[in-house]
Design a protein around this ligand. Sequence first.
Ligand SMILES: Nc1nc2c(c(=O)[nH]1)N[C@H]1C(S)=C(S)[C@@H](COP(=O)(O)OP(=O)(O)OC[C@H]3O[C@@H](n4cnc5c(=O)[nH]c(N)nc54)[C@H](O)[C@@H]3O)O[C@H]1N2
Ligand SMILES: Nc1nc2c(c(=O)[nH]1)N[C@H]1C(S)=C(S)[C@@H](COP(=O)(O)OP(=O)(O)OC[C@H]3O[C@@H](n4cnc5c(=O)[nH]c(N)nc54)[C@H](O)[C@@H]3O)O[C@H]1N2
Ligand code: SF4
Ligand SMILES: [Mo]
Length: 764
Amino acid sequence: MEETRNSITDIWGPRTGYEGPWPIRVDEQLTEPAENWVQSACVLCSNGCGLDIGVKDGRIVGVRGRAQDRVNHGRLGPKGLHGWQANHSPDRLTTPLIRRHGQLQPATWDEAMSLIVDTSKQLIREHTAGALGFYTSGQLFIEDYYTLGVLGKAGLGTPHMDGNTRLCTATAAAALKISFGTDGQPGSYTDLNTTEAVLLVGHNMASQQTVLWARILDRLAGPNPPQLVVIDPRRTYTAEKATVHLAPRVGTNLAVLNGLLHLLIEHDYLHHEFIKAHTVGYAELRQTVEKWTPERVEALSGVPAEQLLAAALIIGTSKTLVSTALQGVYQSMQATAAAVQINNIHLLRGLIGSPGNAILQMNGQPTSQNTRECGADGDLPGFRNWGNPAHIQELATLWNVDPDKIPHWAPPTHAMQIWRYCETGSIKLLWIQATNPAVSMPELARIRRILRQKDLLVVVQDAFLTETAQLADVVLPAALWGEKTGTFTNTDRTVHLSYKAIDPPGEARADLDIFLDYARRMDFRDKDGQPLIKWSTPEEAFEAWKACSKGRPCDYSGLSYAKLTGGSGIQWPCNEQYPDGATHLYTDHEFNTHADYCETYGYDLVTGTEKQPEEYKAQDPKGKAFLKAADYEPPHEEPDEQYPLWFTTGRVVYHFHTRTKTGRAKALHEAAPEGFVQLSAEDAACYGIREGDLVEVTSRRGQATEPARIGGIEPGLVFMPFHYGYWDQDQDPPRAANELTLTEWDPVSKQPHFKYAAVRIRKV
Ligand SMILES: Nc1nc2c(c(=O)[nH]1)N[C@H]1C(S)=C(S)[C@@H](COP(=O)(O)OP(=O)(O)OC[C@H]3O[C@@H](n4cnc5c(=O)[nH]c(N)nc54)[C@H](O)[C@@H]3O)O[C@H]1N2
Ligand SMILES: Nc1nc2c(c(=O)[nH]1)N[C@H]1C(S)=C(S)[C@@H](COP(=O)(O)OP(=O)(O)OC[C@H]3O[C@@H](n4cnc5c(=O)[nH]c(N)nc54)[C@H](O)[C@@H]3O)O[C@H]1N2
Ligand code: SF4
Ligand SMILES: [Mo]
């Protein structure tokens, strides 16, 4: 065993203090010496660290960070260093399975695909393609998503396709579209190298993007360290390093952010010329935030007025600012409205499109950016606007199909609605890829009930017999990262190519090959009777995607497999204008809001009502950004006598989601073998609970039991990680956090509310 450090006990590794270029440090983890190294990048979070896969005798033996990669400069975190072990887990799926007489039994690929194809054709005949739904992922590759998007939109013509990205980064996309016209992060990770201040809202970066956090820790250890403002109700690893930590009650982000905006305006920390020349909506914003005085914010959120002032001073006077938002915003009350206020901070101060200034409406999953770009998530490929007939025509021309084939008579169906259509019976085939909703969706008892419905054919495409696959009718064994070639894009628009290093086990197949097989068997054709999907390899799929992206903000046309091989990942847009990619969007402060270019005509942030195209065109902002205001609304469920405590959920550093990978990596499993219920010392004393006692948590929807962990959280609030599902549904007592969560979602982004609910607790 060779390792450059024990990343379980030393999560971020040694400090390399700096200001300016971030020093290189190469992290490595090997179980035995590698015979050859294959270029890739990590797929265990949105940071997208460049790495090489070490191979010996056809097996992965370890990984090493890529020194030349712009994202990580060689560093890797605990998940990246250990997660690959899941590839060699003995319980990988190696053949398709079909449910016969109630039992999942091995089948051939031909049997499994024929069953899916015959059912699809029959449903289309009897009900139209609207009877078919796709619930995909933020963990496949561009080549997979684009192929899926084309076969769904131009082959089948079903509007029911979305990703688990709805649970993850739908709000990031919505907030970027609403403020700037289209999706796409304005800044870069490199802005952290020089920035004077960092604002992290509902984002525990230290735990969830450990290598990005190392970039900040190293700044803190160097000359001119930045000041940090952290907004999180828990005292997280991230909050421990804050200059100012605001710990608001869950669900009150909008009040706190409106309070900060109010102070920026009151103290005139504004860039007046920028606001005038490059934004619309200032007067309304000013009016909306006016009443959010520090005292009022304190009364509602519990954040002391003087702390709010201290935070406003930092974000109001720093010459540069990097802000991030993640699930504490996206999965909490008024998600899009709150995320947009972070954009507003930057717009009021003109801190955008220049070095040191970034808004990172963070992604979570490694490839969720691509689900959005390729239109596998309820958007159209290339950030096109489903309400703009010219954009539909562009796609129809590209794919050589009739524009009417492409569903655009109403917004694409979002995931929460897809599940609802399954529940009510109008969707009769649900094809789930690379996601484990029986653990990750809210209100699990309902999800299990839907998956078990007799008139719903459930197809699950995964590498393991997950909690979801156990309830499927057809299971397709998939190749994992390292066993297939493809590209993906991280939060700061950096595109990486990941090469196949080893063969998948047994008969497991690459996702792309499964989609291509389906398209071939369904015999999808274009207008000239030629096969609709004209590619058969990952590289050809990438070339097809490049053509689709050309001229749009996410322009990949200057990239190629060759260009992505050998060096660092490269940021989009990459085209004739930016042959080596672009670190900043909007350098000229010209935004993507032109009526003929924008991805959305806008929403009412409180009700979610979509604006009509005519209305937008009549007031075409022509490149100005939107300052969009929204007033606070109370959460949909609040503690009462029966359920007196607030409940929230999230992650721990050692596990990724439902642990299908990290639970199968020895060191990560042993570092966090079980879940917990985190509560304050005050609440623990009140209920007579000691560290490690089993605590039963009950909400209106279900129950979960885990041991107590005391401290680091505001009184009145209970936290559970959502990683721990069942292995055996009929044996284990319920312990998943999502037994308790709500089926409610943001009116604009449609992202579900995992971050608040009302519960009661009891010592078992
Ligand atoms: N180790 C690890 N890393 C990961 C992942 C993982 O599973 N494990 N998953 C990846 C993915 S897909 C994602 S989406 C990201 C998620 O990364 P994060 O968003 O950082 O993770 P969470 O723990 O879900 O939520 C962040 C914080 O939100 C806080 N919070 C809860 N309610 C509120 C609220 O109302 N307001 C505010 N301001 N804060 C609140 C919680 O206390 C929590 O600390 O992580 C990515 N990285
Ligand atoms: N309570 C609560 N619930 C949450 C959250 C929360 O904070 N709180 N966070 C939400 C968020 S942000 C997210 S992203 C979701 C994540 O929830 P899920 O998407 O359910 O998470 P994973 O466990 O990553 O599931 C991915 C599945 O894909 C499989 N897989 C991996 N690679 C491949 C591949 O290449 N091909 C195929 N076919 N399969 C593959 C894995 O084996 C695994 O079963 O959970 C959401 N749920
Ligand atoms: S920070 Fe994210 S991408 Fe980088 S090694 Fe860790 S899990 Fe992988
Ligand atoms: Mo996520």
